[in-house]
Design a protein around this ligand. Structure first.
Ligand code: M6R
Length: 625
């Protein structure tokens, strides 16, 4: 998905622009480009100099752009972009930044301008010549039209022209623009596509994703919809579209540069899988009260009273975050006694959901920017529900738009395939179960047991990770399977979905996840000796049911790769292959069972030779519908 970075300061902009684009590479893209202001000689005059725009673009990787920029002197003001083609094929011509006919402005844009065809028609009639097939290019020509209308004298300044342009756009946008007429400012605007300002000392940064700023700034400001930022070398002002100044909260960026590096692992995904004992412990840190079997969640204190009165929970989320929500459903119902439903946010927004003040809607999102989840919480707010967030990225849109929430503190998740965010979300859901459960009927004894066991999880995770080499061998053995089936029951049914999603995403393998009990209603028709079924079957309350399901598969010649509880030798004898996980409480078993599934998908993708951190067609945060 597209990425934006911009720099205005004392250094040549090139350094940050290239580095920032590299930090956004994980989002997926097909071309890249930069534009900056440079002083050039005015035609016909050797003495006076005027600003002009210089743009450099490259198809493919940022490294190709970097090569093209070697030896190019770049001033202290520039913008850059990685493009993920939507309107027009991947090409240098379609790569951003886009420039108007007269070379007055350069624009980078994320999102989609829905009325670009109508706007283009009008602009073409007024004589504008378009060079690309993109929707974005209309923005550059609209700016030109406002600043320097065809055949007329310059009408308005850059900032006013920017506002007038924004008012003509329909759709979603994060836009950053620079203009030769006003080299003292850079302008940015947001509507439904994130932008974050980074505040340096005597220098300012902007990006569409906070991970581009990690290591360069400590203070950030997120833009909200319908806001524009006027950025100068030494500061910024945020305004509404009606030019009213907005006071913005500056947040501290906790992440440092090292957390966004491979650190010796072959891929970010592998690093993030191995991060989990630590990221899980970070999610619990300071939140567990062992002796009271309780959790303290500062982010919920403002809504504590209202939370006591809720009688229904609806979880909204997408992808992996949807799967963690499904585990949460089992937890909330079993231990907090609150009826819970989990909805895919993309569907929720188009239903007519029945919500009231006694319903808590919980949005789960790693990025905090997923468009579908955002639309779902907006709908829920309108209907009067209490809206909570379980979000990883501090200050992200979902975090800001929810009434209250709990951060995951997993650190930046760079790999497109989500891993550590999942287990951190489960950590928060477990804490929330304690919090809500102890407010209701959960006994002190049970609360203490859960709290104590949560503390042990990082140690258990290490034991699962220690089997990575064995899992790698199994992945090698099964890497050529045409199709994978994942089965699990109760708390581990969501893991069956998650295992299948992981292998689909990075190994491009057709895979399906089902509750074991659903097998006989159709999927069993797929079983023959060529299919391996990954069965998640720890010693829990549904163990016997899972064993029956396994027997049915074995009886039809199918192979079983079982995820089983340590010491389950009986199962080990029956299954074709087995990976063991430590014994823990049933509600916490998904935290351990998911790790072999992540590693298995990872090593199958390695065997198949795919680009694991940048899987085809996928984006890390899906900010468009
Ligand atoms: O940032 P979010 O948690 O809201 O993202 C939701 C999904 O887009 C995400 O989990 C996606 O399914 C991942 N690629 C899964 O690995």
């Amino acid at each position: 998905m597209c990425g934006i970075v911009g720099y205005f300061g004392k250094r040549p902009a090139k350094d940050f622009l290239i580095e920032g684009l590299k930090r956004l590479e994980y989002r997926g893209y097909d071309s890249a480009g930069v534009a900056f202001l440079e002083k050039g000689a005015q035609r016909g005059s050797k003495a006076s100099k005027r600003w002009k725009i210089k743009a450099i673009k490259a198809l493919g990787k940022v490294a190709a752009l970097q090569m093209k920029m070697e030896g190019v002197f770049v001033s202290g003001i520039g913008i850059a972009h990685t493009r993920w083609a939507t309107h027009g094929k991947p090409s240098e011509r379609n790569a951003h930044p886009h420039i108007d006919c007269k070379g007055l402005v350069a624009v980078v844009h994320n999102g989609i301008i829905e009325n670009h065809r109508e706007l283009k028609e009008v602009l073409e009639k007024r004589g504008h010549k378009f060079r690309s097939e993109t929707d974005t290019e209309v923005i550059a020509h609209l700016l030109e039209e406002e600043m320097s209308p065809s055949g007329e004298k310059r009408k308005v300044g850059f900032e006013e022209a920017f506002v007038k342009t924004l008012k003509q756009l329909r759709g979603a946008y994060g836009i950053v623009a620079i203009a030769t007429e006003d080299p003292e400012i850079m302008l940015a605007a947001r509507f439904s596509s994130p932008l974050v300002l980074g505040i340096g000392s005597g220098e300012m940064f902007i990006a569409s994703d906070v991970s581009a700023l990690v290591g360069d700034v400590k203070r950030v400001v997120y833009l909200d919809d319908d806001e524009i930022a006027v950025i100068r070398r030494d500061g910024y002002v945020v305004k509404t579209l009606s030019s009213r100044k907005r006071e913005k909260e500056e947040l501290t960026l906790e992440w440092d540069k090292t957390v966004a590096e491979h650190s010796g692992y072959a891929h970010f995904m592998l690093k993030e899988i191995f991060d989990q004992p630590k990221s899980f412990a970070d999610a619990l840190r300071g939140r567990l009260i062992l002796e009271e079997g309780m959790a303290q969640l500062g982010g919920l204190s403002a809504v504590e009273k209202r939370l006591r009165s809720i009688n229904r929970i609806v979880i909204v989320s997408c992808g992996t975050s949807y799967h963690s929500g499904l585990v949460g459903e089992y937890m909330f119902e079993e231990y907090a006694g609150i009826p819970t439903e989990v909805e895919m946010a993309s569907e929720f927004r188009y239903r007519k959901p029945l919500l009231d003040r006694k319903t808590a809607v919980i949005a789960i999102s790693q990025s905090g920017e997923t468009a579908d989840t955002l639309a779902a919480i907006r709908e829920a707010k309108e209907k009067g529900a209490l809206v909570l967030g379980i979000v990883n990225v501090v200050g992200s849109t979902i975090a800001r738009e929810t009434d209250a929430g709990v951060y995951c503190h997993a650190g930046p998740e760079i790999s497109v395939a989500s891993t550590k965010a999942f287990t951190s979300q489960l950590a928060i859901l477990s804490l929330l179960t304690l919090y809500l459960g102890r407010q209701r009927g959960l006994s002190l004894v049970m609360g203490k047991r859960i709290a104590k066991e949560l503390e042990q999880i990082p140690k258990y995770m290490e034991r699962v990770l220690a089997q990575a080499k064995d899992i790698k061998k199994l992945a090698k053995k099964y890497a050529k399977q045409a199709h994978y089936l994942y089965l699990g029951r109760k708390y581990n049914f969501p893991n069956a979905l998650e295992g299948a999603l992981k292998i689909k995403e990075i190994a491009y393998a057709p895979a399906q996840g089902y509750p074991t009990g659903e097998m006989k209603h159709g999927p069993i028709a797929l079983i023959d000796s060529s299919v391996v079924t990954v069965m998640i079957m720890p010693k829990d309350s549904v163990y016997e049911k899972n064993v029956s399901g396994m027997e049915e598969i074995l009886a039809r010649g199918g192979k079983i790769l079982a995820i089983a509880t340590e010491g389950d030798t009986a199962l080990a004898k029956k299954a074709t292959d087995v990976i063991f996980i430590p014994k823990t409480l049933e509600m916490l078993s998904p935290l351990l069972a998911v790790i072999p599934l992540q590693l298995f998908a990872y090593y199958v993708a390695v065997e198949r030779g795919y680009d694991i951190d940048k899987p085809r067609n996928l984006a890390k945060s899906v900010t468009v519908e």
